[in-house]
Design a protein around this ligand. Structure first.
Ligand SMILES: Nc1ncnc2c1ncn2[C@@H]1O[C@H](COP(=O)(O)OP(=O)(O)OP(=O)(O)O)[C@@H](O)[C@H]1O
Ligand SMILES: CC(=O)N[C@H]1[C@@H]2OC[C@@H](O2)[C@@H](O)[C@@H]1O[C@H](C)C(=O)O
Length: 372
C-alpha cells in the first residue's frame, strides 16, 4: 500500500499578499484528506521588500545568484515562513513530529520561460533547520531542465481532485485567479491540459494601490461602479500572448500596469476586471473542448465584478461556473494544498509535471529535499 503522509504546503504567490498555509494527508496519488488552512498576510513594509526583490532580480541570469540585499530578503521570507508554520501547528493543536513534510514554494522573483530561467527565493535548508521538519522546495527547476515552462504546477493536484467530475462524465476546468490566472482542464477520459491564461489580480491590485493606497479592490466594489474602457481593454486583449497555439507561462511583469492618466479610478478597476475575465475566456479557446464546468479558485473569485463578467461570458458559451466552495473545495487553500501534495509526490519520485501541463518533453518529478 502507498504511504499516507501528513504534509503542509506553503505558498507565497505572485500577488505577494501573504503566506498561505494548508495541511493535507495524502499518498500523493488518489487519496487526499484536506485539513486546516491559515492565511498570514504580509505587512506593507515586507510587501515593499518583495517588490524590491523583483527589481533586484531583473538583471539576474543565474538562478542561484543572490546579491547581498536579495539574500537578506530571502532570509526574512524564510523566517516568516518558519514563524507561519509554528503558528499553524499551534493554532490547530498539532505537533511538529506529526508533520512528515513541508512543501515550500518560496517567492517567484523572475520567470523567463523562453530563456529557461525561473527564480524562487526561499531557503529550504534554513526552513528545515528552523522548523525541525523536512522540506521539499524548488519544485519548478527540474521541469525547465527538461524543456517545460516551469509553471503551472498545480494541475497535478487539480487532476487528483477532479475524479468525482470525471465519474459524472463532466469535463471540468479549474480556474485559478491569483496574481496571474491559470487553467487546468480535465477531460472525461482524464486528459489534462493546463496553462497560464493571462493577467489575474495583479493589474487590478497595482491600479487600486496607485490610486487609493488600498492593496486590492475589496469585493470588486470599486470596479463595480465603473464602465469598461474598450480601447484600454483591447490593448491588453490584443497582446501576442493570446495568439498562436503555443501556450507560455507568465511572469508578473509581463503585462504593463495601467497608467494613472489613462482612466478614472472606477473605470480603470472595471476595465481591468473585464480584462481578467476576458483573458480566461480567450485562453480557454485553446482547450481541447469547451468545459461543461468551471471551478474558480484564488483571490479573484472574491472580486464580484470580475466574477460576474466571467460567469456571464462563460455561460454564454454554455459552461457552468462554480466557486471552489460551491464545488466542495477551499478556493484560498488550493495552491498551498497543491504544494503539500506535490511535496509528497516528490518524496516518492512521482511526476509533478506532464507534457499537457508545462509542455515538458515527458512526465518529470522535481523538488529538492532538505532535512533538519
Ligand atoms: N475580498 C477580496 N475582494 C477582492 N479581491 C480579493 C479579495 N481577497 C483577495 N483578493 C484578490 O486576490 C489576490 C490574492 O489572490 P491569491 O492569494 O489567489 O493570489 P496568489 O496566490 O498570490 O497568486 P498566484 O496564484 O498568481 O500565485 C489579492 O491580491 C486580491 O487582488
Ligand atoms: C513562475 C510562477 O511562480 N508562476 C505562478 C504564477 O501564479 C499563477 C501562475 O503564474 C502559475 O503559473 C504559477 O503558480 C501556480 C501556483 C502554479 O505553478 O500552478
Amino acid at each position: 500500500m502507498d504511504v499516507i503522509r501528513t504534509a503542509i504546503g506553503l505558498m507565497s504567490g505572485t500577488s505577494m499578499d501573504g503566506i498561505d498555509v494548508a495541511l493535507i494527508r495524502t499518498d500523493g496519488r488518489g487519496f487526499i484528506e484536506r485539513g486546516p488552512f491559515m492565511g498570514v498576510p504580509y505587512d506593507a513594509d515586507f510587501r515593499g521588500q518583495l517588490k524590491r526583490a523583483l527589481e533586484l532580480s531583473r538583471s539576474l541570469s543565474d538562478r542561484s545568484e543572490r546579491p547581498a540585499e536579495l539574500r537578506a530578503i530571502e532570509l526574512e521570507l524564510t523566517l516568516r515562513h518558519a514563524i507561519a508554520v509554528t503558528a499553524f501547528i499551534k493554532r490547530f493543536g498539532l505537533s511538529a513530529d506529526a508533520v512528515d513534510i513541508l512543501g515550500f514554494h518560496g517567492q517567484t522573483v523572475l520567470h523567463r520561460p523562453d530563456e529557461g530561467l525561473t527564480i524562487q527565493i526561499g531557503d529550504g535548508e534554513e526552513l528545515a533547520r528552523r522548523s525541525g521538519i523536512s522540506v521539499v522546495y524548488d519544485m519548478r527547476a527540474n521541469d525547465m531542465v527538461h524543456g517545460g515552462q516551469g509553471a503551472p504546477l498545480v494541475p497535478a493536484y487539480h487532476a487528483a481532485l477532479a475524479g468525482k467530475f470525471q465519474q459524472a462524465g463532466q469535463a471540468v476546468c479549474f480556474v485559478n485567479i491569483g496574481g496571474i490566472s491559470n487553467l487546468t482542464f480535465i477531460g472525461t477520459d482524464g486528459r489534462i491540459s493546463a496553462f497560464d491564461s493571462g493577467p489575474g489580480n495583479t493589474l487590478i491590485d497595482q491600479w487600486v494601490e496607485m490610486q487609493t493606497g488600498k492593496t486590492y479592490d475589496p469585493g470588486g466594489e470599486i470596479g463595480g461602479g465603473g464602465k469598461v474602457v474598450a480601447s484600454l481593454a483591447e490593448r491588453y486583449l490584443q497582446s501576442p500572448f493570446f495568439r498562436g497555439n503555443v501556450r507560455r507561462s507568465l511572469d508578473r511583469g509581463d503585462f504593463a500596469p495601467l497608467r494613472p492618466e489613462e482612466a478614472g479610478l472606477e473605470d480603470g478597476a472595471r476595465t481591468l476586471a473585464h480584462v481578467a475575465a476576458a483573458s480566461i475566456i480567450k485562453s480557454a479557446g485553446f482547450l481541447p473542448e469547451t468545459p461543461a464546468l468551471y471551478i474558480v479558485c484564488g483571490g479573484g473569485r472574491l472580486n464580484l465584478t470580475l466574477m460576474a463578467e466571467f460567469s456571464e461570458m462563460a455561460e454564454r458559451l454554455g459552461s457552468r461556473v462554480l466557486t471552489a466552495e460551491e464545488a466542495g473545495f477551499d478556493g484560498d487553500a488550493m495552491e498551498a494544498e497543491a504544494w503539500a501534495y506535490l511535496a509528497v509526490r516528490s518524496l516518492d519520485g512521482l511526476p509533478l509535471t506532464f507534457p499537457g501541463t508545462t509542455g515538458v518533453a515527458a512526465p518529470v518529478s522535481g523538488g529538492v529535499l532538505a532535512t533538519p
